[in-house]
Design a protein around this ligand. Structure first.
Ligand SMILES: NC(=O)c1ccc[n+]([C@@H]2O[C@H](COP(=O)([O-])OP(=O)(O)OC[C@H]3O[C@@H](n4cnc5c(N)ncnc54)[C@H](O)[C@@H]3O)[C@@H](O)[C@H]2O)c1
Ligand SMILES: O=C(O)CC[C@@H](O)C(=O)O
Length: 526
């Protein structure tokens, strides 16, 4: 039974799903070193934001197939390293969207009315009504930085509260911003005009210290800043200074550059600062959502099925996957076949998408072709996660062409591999939506399904040659399941494709190539 390590607190709903297929060990509060020391036993790791999955952890995870992040941000996982090692990293892109958005909105209202400070003062025996006079959000300007899933919900609720909306997001169209009632502006203008600035961007080099001494200096003295996205997006020292000097009116933070928050000057500030311990996703609903979402994906991957929300398999979202699955199978099979026919070191792979297939997202189809191409050499070490990297490292030049006009079958896929031992091409189609047929080998027309063991010959089309191959195989006790010949002209060159029941015994291939009329022979296992 596979083993799953759960190293952060995860809702029971997720643990129940994992337990259906795996032994589940829950060990929380591990340091990266402690995690690295035990991870080698595990097939899967499930985390929240509390676990740091470093390079060392991934290197130690010799059996790891999947890392599941029960949440959105995967900045606590060394994703490039996981990708190199072929480990799928999955998250729950939407499970906690509402929770995080509501936390940001709660922060905005709590800041405006000094809720946290007023609560503390009443509990301390005071009754200071005047000290806690607040401001209304109605008719104020809310600036949303990052108009993705969470930012959009914040914008929607902000609009319902009667706020004017500005948004800054370089990757969002003005039509999308219009739909949300936001005026799309640059960051400078947003910071100058907004009464509330709410950050909803991912953590990446471009967003590191997006809010810093300079950007804080252009904000209104009455402005309030909210960060429920990621620590590091705000320069916390610069923020503490800006708050002390009254450059802005207040700030509410849920996330920090270092978590847990250490000895920060922000902790010294009182009524105009609210600090929560990364609680954005901490609602009962969100925790059930993310735990279920990610546990299902871990279960599926352990059962050999694809994951819905893999962050390191480009273009392979659930809905794409459902539509493309038969094409991916086709592409992988043809990649495997052409890779074995080419043998040696492959220098380039050309993939031609013809007919209907050319109308689909080609990226996953290309990845499947590369996975197939490399699978004979790398076996299970290559997968959808690392196929592109492995191909790049081997210097394989990949070319994609599309021809939507071709109208044979429902579309076909042609792969051509060029390598140190020559050039080969194969074409395949799907019959009835999911049955693979190889329809062309080196431009010789055939029509055969792929089978586990196959033998291909290139020969002169002349009487007796098929019989000789049949007898030769028979003398080596090889049973032929099916046989087909493809030729372009009578008595010219031809290919013979045989499905055989067992792998070809050692030495027989060279015997086949000695048969008069045989130019070449290849054995393939798919
Ligand atoms: N506090 C929490 O507990 C909590 C919970 C959930 C999510 N989050 C974090 O909230 C953030 C937003 O999550 P989401 O689900 O909305 O993500 P998302 O991917 O849907 O949205 C992010 C948006 O940021 C935009 N963006 C990227 N670079 C930008 C830049 N340089 N400037 C401005 N905009 C930029 C993107 O175009 C995108 O629209 C993430 O950092 C996520 O990790 C925090
Ligand atoms: O695990 C958590 O509680 C935080 C999750 C949140 O930061 C996220 O990115 O989804």
């Amino acid at each position: 039974m596979p083993k799953v390590l759960v190293s952060d607190s995860i809702d029971q709903a997720g643990l129940d799903i994992l337990s259906q297929v795996a032994q589940v060990d829950v060990k929380t509060g591990l340091s990266p070193d402690e995690l690295a020391a035990i991870i080698s036993d595990y097939d899967a790791l499930m985390i929240r934001s509390g676990t740091r999955v470093t390079k060392a952890v991934i290197e130690a995870g010799k059996q790891l197939k999947i890392i599941g992040r029960a949440g959105v941000g995967v900045d606590n996982v060394d994703v490039p390293m996981a990708t190199r090692r072929g480990i799928v990293v999955v998250n729950s892109p939407e499970g906690n969207t509402i929770a995080a958005a509501e936390h940001a909105l709660a922060m905005m209202l709590a800041l405006s009315r000094h809720i946290a400070a007023a609560d503390q003062s009443v509990k301390a025996g005071q009754w200071n009504r005047k000290q806690f006079t607040g401001v209304e959000v109605y008719k104020k300007t809310l600036g949303v930085v990052g108009l993705g899933k969470i930012g959009s919900h914040v914008a929607n609720v902000g609009r319902a509260l009667g706020m004017n909306l500005l948004a800054y997001d370089p990757f969002i169209s003005s039509e999308r911003a219009d739909q949300l009632g936001c005026r799309l502006v640059d960051l400078d203008l947003l910071l100058r005009e907004a009464d509330y600035v709410s950050l909803h961007v991912p953590k990446m080099p471009e967003t590191m210290h997006l809010i810093n001494e300079q950007t804080l200096a252009i904000m209104k003295p009455t402005a309030r800043l909210i960060n429920c996205s990621r620590g590091g997006v705000i320069d916390e020292i610069a923020l503490a200074n800006a708050l002390k000097q009254g450059q802005i009116a207040g700030a509410a933070l849920d996330v920090y550059e270092e978590e847990p928050l250490g000895n920060s000057p922000l902790k010294q500030l009182d009524k105009n600062v609210i600090l929560t311990p990364h609680l954005g996703a901490s609602t009962e609903e969100a925790q059930v959502n993310v735990a279920t979402d990610v546990a299902e994906q871990i279960r599926d991957v352990l059962l050999g099925l694809p994951a819905r929300s893999a962050v390191n398999i480009p273009g392979l979202r659930a809905e794409v996957l459902d539509k493309l699955r038969p094409y991916l199978q086709l592409s992988e099979t043809l990649g495997n076949l052409v890779g074995q026919l080419a043998g040696g070191r492959v220098e380039s792979l050309s993939v031609r998408l013809q007919g209907d297939i050319a109308n689909h997202d080609s990226q996953p189809i290309m990845i499947a072709a590369l996975k197939g191409l490399l699978s004979h050499a790398l076996q299970e070490r290559v997968n959808y996660v690392n196929a592109s990297i492995e191909a790049k490292e081997r210097g394989i030049h990949v070319v994609e062409t599309r021809d939507a006009a071709v109208k044979d079958y429902t579309g076909s896929l042609q792969l051509m591999a060029k390598g140190s031992l020559g050039e080969h091409s194969v074409t395949g189609v799907l019959l009835g939506g999911d049955e693979i047929r190889i329809t062309d080998i080196d431009e010789f027309p055939i029509n055969v399904p792929p089978t586990r063991y196959m033998l291909f010959t290139l020969h002169r089309d002349m009487p007796g040659i098929i019989g000789k191959i049949g007898s030769l195989l028979g003398s080596f006790n090889v049973n032929i399941a099916s046989m087909q010949v493809g030729r372009k002209i009578v008595r010219g060159d031809a290919v013979m494709v045989l499905s055989i029941d067992d792998p070809l015994p050692e030495g027989i291939l060279s015997e086949i190539t000695k048969v008069p009329g045989i130019r070449d022979a290849y054995t393939v296992s798919l």
